[in-house]
Design a protein. Structure first.
Length: 222
């Protein structure tokens, strides 16, 4: 044998042993750990409760049936009396008496505002009368809406004699037996004679006889 043959054989044998050892090491059994369980809360996405199915109360408040949503729509009110621009005004729903007065140009200087609740919420079709005495109580159909004058707090109160010198045609028509024509005759007489100086002057108005005067006398004043 050549002197290098044993050396070569030894290297080959050493390489074979190394390969066998690596193969044995790579195929050895290994311990496998089980995966950790995932919590149900993390696995399932969190969904908001359905108030229609779960019975949980709805956090968002909703208007009841027949009630308009807050802040939506408009109301129509009639502002008359001692304001700068009387007339029919359209206001947002939820407006108050003070808003109606502002829409009518404000109250005239010197008007007595005692008893007028300017913070009251208005209703659709309401009449706001400023600085004029209240006429005799009439039904809602005859009045054509709700009146809110000086001294009114939203409810019925004691009636006061109607002033012949400051009443509007609509207020005069609330008197018994007074229609649009007779109310206009009373206003014409007031204009031509610089007002009524006494209730007895009603006898001089065209269309008012003794019987009608007797009905009107306790309900009016100059």
């Amino acid at each position: 044998m050549a002197p290098r043959t044993p050396m070569v054989l030894g290297l080959v044998l050493l390489a074979a042993v190394g390969v066998a050892a690596f193969h044995f090491w790579s195929v050895r059994p290994q311990t496998v750990s089980a995966p950790e369980p995932v919590a149900d809360e993390a696995a399932a996405p969190v969904l908001p409760p359905d108030p229609l199915r779960s019975g949980v109360p709805d956090p968002v408040s909703r208007p009841s049936a027949g009630e308009p949503p807050v802040g939506s729509g408009q109301i129509v009110v009639d502002v008359s009396g001692k304001v700068r621009r009387p007339g029919v005004r359209r206001l947002p729903a939820g407006s108050r008496v003070a808003d109606a007065l502002d829409a009518a140009g404000g109250v005239r200087t010197g008007t007595d505002m005692t008893g007028l609740n300017r913070a009251r919420v208005l209703m659709d079709g309401e009449q706001v009368v400023v600085g004029l005495p209240q006429g005799p109580p009439v039904s809602g159909a005859a009045a054509g809406g709700v009146r809110a004058g000086v001294g009114a707090s939203g409810g019925p109160g004691p009636s006061a004699p109607l002033s012949l010198n400051t009443a509007t045609a609509e207020q005069l028509e609330t008197l018994p037996g007074v229609g649009p024509v007779l109310a206009q005759h009373m206003i014409d007489y007031r204009t031509e004679n610089n007002g009524f100086r006494s209730v007895d002057e009603l006898r001089q108005v065209n269309g008012i006889g003794d019987r009608r005067f007797a009905d009107l006398q306790p309900l009016v004043r100059p």
